[in-house]
Write a new protein. Sequence first.
Length: 337
Amino acid sequence: MRILGKTIIGLAASLACAASAMAQDYPEINLRFGHFAPPTASHAQVDAWFAEQLSERSGGKITQEIFWSGAVGKAGELLDLVSQGAVDISAVPASYFPAEIPLLATPSSLPLALKSPQNAQDVMLALWNEIPEFREEAEGKNVHPLMFHSLNTYHLLCRNPVRSLADLKGMKIRSQGEYIPQALDAIGAVPVTVLPGEFYESLQRGSVDCMLLPWDLMTAFKLEEVAKYGSTINFGALISNPQWYNLDRWNGFPDEVRGLLEEIAVEAHELDLEKLKESEQAAIDKMEAAGVEIIEFPDQAEFEAALPDFLEVWQEKMDAAGKGDVAGRVVELWRAQ
């Protein structure tokens, strides 16, 4: 499966066949979809659009029933739930599972390694299409990833103002995965792992001083209600989640069903970038309307100089684990994008 790139190359042919595809006699299929995010998140809106298109183009025969905000399982459970077939599809970032899917988790994990949402998609596309170990890793977990979402660049929303790099020393900042904690340690902040269902309460109660997220995810979780100081410090973009399909379920679909899912995924891939731009500005407007002061961060160059090159850090870890060959190919391809 190479839908992230090679299906895009064939987009014109796919769209030319759209009318005939709609006329096909699809089987009736209802897919249970466990989602980690609220429906207000930009990538969640794309997934909702995907479900609408799937129903429309199949004449109502194929549907996705989406359970938002961890309604069928917490974020840390969703990969196993889809792997085991308890749900047909799940949405959760690979970075939540670095031990289980270390290659797939990497573009969801490394601070400052992805410059923008477009660059994140370009890197993910190249890695999926050119590094076969990525597909092998997914198959080993009994999942099939369709259409990776990217995220806007990460900033801070804090209970107290951040006007310099020195202000971050000792601050408790929401973290995830293995590498963001290293970035926070490097600047003297205190990393605190917080999963999505705990974002609002942890910031409200002061379990964390700052939330590290893109602006649009901050407002998707209504965090502007409980913290009033934003910082434009830039940690770079990340890949979020694909739609993880149970692999057995995916392989059991008739060819015309897989073709329809891949056709919609190509269009959703482009919509994802459009939604990110729209949602970022809308989030800034919403935060300012709620009384959030967004403070320009003056020490970005100093901040970046304080952090290691996380591609090198990751390469060293993979070397130590005896996976230096694949890591070297990943880093070379990544840097070329």
